[in-house]
Each structure stands twice: as structure tokens, then as C-alpha cells.
Ligand binder design. Structure first.
Ligand SMILES: C[S@@+](CC[C@H](N)C(=O)[O-])C[C@H]1O[C@@H](n2cnc3c(N)ncnc32)[C@H](O)[C@@H]1O
Length: 310
């Protein structure tokens, strides 16, 4: 290993997502990596933007391999933005808070009682909070987001119409509420990032010629029962078209771009919604090995789309 790669390795943050997140891209990283732009692999991309950051699997993977000068991570979910800003700015205080939560959980004779007490406290936080105005007062809130994610049913994040978190308790033997080494790596990865609660169109304010944007919107449901409600309000076909307008504008501004979505042709070979919408770009069909309950053939995966402008 030469000096340069030693130094680079020292600077890179080898972090994993902190949260389990619906639509998390952990399983698809090999395919996503394969389709990254050559300019990024060559080190010429200085800015990374991810406007639907969720659990951040792609950002953390890239931050472990490439040095960005800056990154912009957006999501409409205020709890994610609060959490990532706390990890960025107050990681040691967060670790201390989680350590107490981990101990109380371990000692608690009834895990269900513990869980619902934490959930009640969480639901007393102000729902109209200005998530973008970071304050250390958010440390407890961020700790509870992690604690609930580790102990709730399936690691789901779901709120009702009043914004109250309503996921029931999960069944875990030994949930890991505190993973301090990973939190420190995540904090390191986030040092170059500006994290905002905002709509995806905000990307247009941050594009420069050295930018790579990765979009992972809520997937277009491939069947009526699919889950794509991450916050109040749905991401319907009009939203998918609005996203395509943003993709066009960012393309004109010179960004390299990649976008993920579901492939409607899995279930209806005539449904060319995305093939038509993104006909001016490259559409790659990739194989996603994941369990889909409604999979009629009992196959263990589906095709998904990766759309690129390069
Ligand atoms: C498929 S998830 C992203 C998953 C992420 N790539 C991962 O690996 O965990 C989609 C995310 O988009 C967010 N979202 C929904 N509508 C949005 C909008 N209009 N602008 C920005 N983010 C939005 C949701 O809150 C959710 O976190």
C-alpha cells in the first residue's frame, strides 16, 4: 500500500446505516456500485447529493470509498434529519444517552412496558418541530429514534395522521440499542454533509459540474397492497413525474445522476410507465433478491430499475 492510499483509508469513514429503513438499499449495493459513473470512480466527483436519504445505505457505502468535498442529504422525515444532525454534532452525548437506554432495557423485567414508555415519551415531542434548526435539545429525541427502531416491530417507521409513531413492540432477544463504534464512524462520514428536511426539488439549488446525485424515492407500488407511506402523504404517479422534471433540470445543469425504482413489468409486461417517462436516459434492469409477499411464483426476487444519465 502506498502512502496515498494509507492516508485516504485513514480519512474515509467505514460506516453502516444506523437505522433499519423501509426500502433500504443494503442488498442492492453491489448492483449500484457496478453502475456508478466512471468519473466518480476516477475521483473527479467532489459533491454528492442524496435527496431521499432514508437509512443512508448508499451514502455510507460511498463515504467509505470516496472522499467528497461536500454532501447534501435530504429527506422529508424530520426525525431522520434530527438524528443525523445529532450524530454529526453531538455523537458522544448521544452515545451516553443510548448507553443508559441500553442498560435500562437490559434490566427491565417487562420489555413491552419499557417499549411503550419510550414510545409515549417520543410521541410527546413537538411534531411541528423545525428539524433544520439543530440544537443539543435534540439528543434525547435522536436517542429514542434509534431505541424505537431497534425494538419496534420489524424496524418500521410509521406515523398516524397526527404524526404519532404507532408501530407496536417487536420481538427481539438481544436488541443492540447502542453500537458506539459505528456511531463514531457515521459521525465521521457526516462531517462533510449538510442534512436538511426538505423536498427533493431542493437538489436543483446545489448542483455544480462535479456533482453526482442518487435518487431513491418511495417506489411506485407494484401492487395495491404495497407499502410506500413513510410520512403523511403519498408518493403517487404525479410525484414520480415531478421527480422526472427535477431529473431533467439537474441533467441540464450538468449533474451525473442515478435513480432507483420498482419495475412495473414484473407484474404487468405492458406497464411501461418508467420506460416511457425516462426514455431519454439509460434504463438498467437489475435483479433484487428480496422477499415480496405477493410474489406469485414464489421466486425470491424481482427486477428493479436503475436509471442513469450517463
Ligand atoms: C426508499 S426510501 C430511501 C431509502 C434509502 N435509500 C435507504 O437505503 O435507506 C425513500 C425516502 O424518501 C423520503 N421522501 C418521501 N417523499 C419525499 C420528498 N418529496 N422529498 C424528499 N424525501 C422524500 C421518505 O421519507 C423515505 O425516507
Amino acid at each position: 500500500m502506498n502512502n496515498e492510499s494509507v492516508n485516504k483509508n485513514f480519512l474515509l469513514a467505514h460506516a453502516k446505516p444506523v437505522l433499519k429503513w423501509a426500502g433500504g438499499k443494503g442488498m442492492l449495493l453491489p448492483e449500484i456500485t457496478k453502475h456508478l459513473p466512471a468519473k466518480l470512480k476516477g475521483g473527479a466527483v467532489k459533491r454528492y447529493i442524496e435527496p431521499f436519504v432514508g437509512g443512508g445505505a448508499v451514502f455510507f457505502e460511498l463515504a467509505g470509498n470516496y472522499l467528497f468535498k461536500d454532501a447534501y442529504l435530504f429527506d422529508v422525515n424530520p426525525e431522520l434529519v434530527i438524528l443525523y444532525n445529532v450524530i454529526k454534532n453531538n455523537v458522544e452525548e448521544l452515545i451516553a444517552e443510548l448507553s443508559v437506554l441500553q442498560q435500562s432495557y437490559n434490566k427491565s423485567p417487562d420489555k413491552k412496558v419499557f417499549y411503550y414508555a419510550v414510545r409515549d415519551e417520543y410521541n410527546r415531542f413537538d411534531k411541528n418541530v423545525e428539524a433544520n434548526k439543530h440544537t443539543p435539545d435534540f439528543i434525547r429525541r435522536a436517542a429514542l429514534t434509534i431505541c424505537l427502531n431497534r425494538t419496534c416491530f420489524n424496524g418500521l417507521f410509521r406515523v398516524n395522521s397526527k404524526g404519532l409513531f404507532n408501530v407496536p413492540v417487536g420481538k427481539y432477544k438481544n436488541p443492540r440499542i447502542l453500537d458506539e463504534n459505528n456511531l463514531r464512524s457515521v459521525s465521521k462520514a457526516l462531517q462533510c454533509a449538510t442534512i436538511l428536511q426538505t423536498d427533493f426539488e431542493t437538489v436543483l439549488s446545489y448542483i455544480n459540474p462535479d456533482t453526482f446525485v442518487y435518487y431513491d424515492p418511495p417506489y411506485r407500488p407494484i401492487n395495491a397492497g404495497s407499502f410506500n407511506s413513510y410520512a403523511v402523504g403519498d408518493f403517487n404517479d404525479d410525484e414520480q413525474r415531478r421527480l422526472k422534471d427535477t431529473f431533467d433540470k439537474a441533467n441540464e445543469a450538468g449533474a451525473l445522476q442515478m435513480l432507483s425504482n420498482s419495475d412495473p413489468t414484473n407484474y404487468n409486461p405492458e406497464d411501461m410507465f418508467f420506460d416511457r417517462l425516462y426514455r431519454d436516459y439509460k434504463i438498467h434492469r437489475i435483479w433484487a433478491k428480496r422477499m415480496i409477499n405477493s410474489d406469485p411464483d414464489g421466486r425470491n426476487g424481482v427486477r428493479e430499475l436503475l436509471i442513469t444519465n450517463y
